[in-house]
Ligand binder design. Sequence first.
Ligand code: BTN
Length: 262
Amino acid sequence: MNNLSAAAISAHCATSASHIAIETVAETGSTNADLLARIGTLPGPVLRIAENQTAGRGRAGRSWLSRPGAALMFSLAWRFKGPLHNMSGLPMAVGVALAETIVSLGVPVQIKWPNDLLRDGAKLAGILVETQKTDDAIWAVIGCGLNLLMPDELEAQIGREVASAPWLAQMDRNQLMAALLGRLAAVLAEFDDTGFAPFTERWNALHAWHGKDVVLLDNGAVMQQGRAAGVDAIGRLLLDTDQGRVEILSGDVSLRLSGTQP
Ligand SMILES: O=C(O)CCCC[C@@H]1SC[C@@H]2NC(=O)N[C@@H]21
């Protein structure tokens, strides 16, 4: 596996990402936490990529476990015009950008709402979007952990089946990062102008559980059940329930096992 290098990532980047400052570090707690601590002092977008994280953060207060060299772990701080209520679809737009890039590199992935990337039904990548409002803008720190290899002992520690992508692990990591960054930057620039609406069809084309019976969980408790019908123009999950269609703004979805009751 080749070394990460800011200069090499930059050299491979599309023009959409040429204005992004790039930092690589051998180890840190969390690249998301690092950038969030610097919002307000950042002159422009920054990509921070780590070989290893000792306190990786996941969605809903969970932790993100990894091993050095087994995953690509990065965060991108990006400034948006806002307003804040336009930002609800951002995690789903990021999912589209990263999924489309990975598919274009030869690894078929789909999205589980809101933005987990699945390969053959197991999680290949997780995305954590954290926003912070300043006086004149809204900043988002977009973190992604993409499993390249999955050592057995790490999977055992995570406690469920996790996907990996040995094909991507063989790639030059700087080129892989540049490909992800180029498309992500293009999507973020468009999202800031238009919101999520133009990404709706692209997200729905990648939806892993379209038409499947799912349950909506909140802290492990089943809140709703219904048939997943994709997302709407602001990124809400559409669920067809016995009481009609409902729009879901937050939570985790899981496939419904037969006999599960809400
Ligand atoms: O699926 C999830 O729960 C989201 C996981 C996000 C993990 C990435 S790794 C790089 C960045 N830094 C963090 O602390 N978290 C994100």
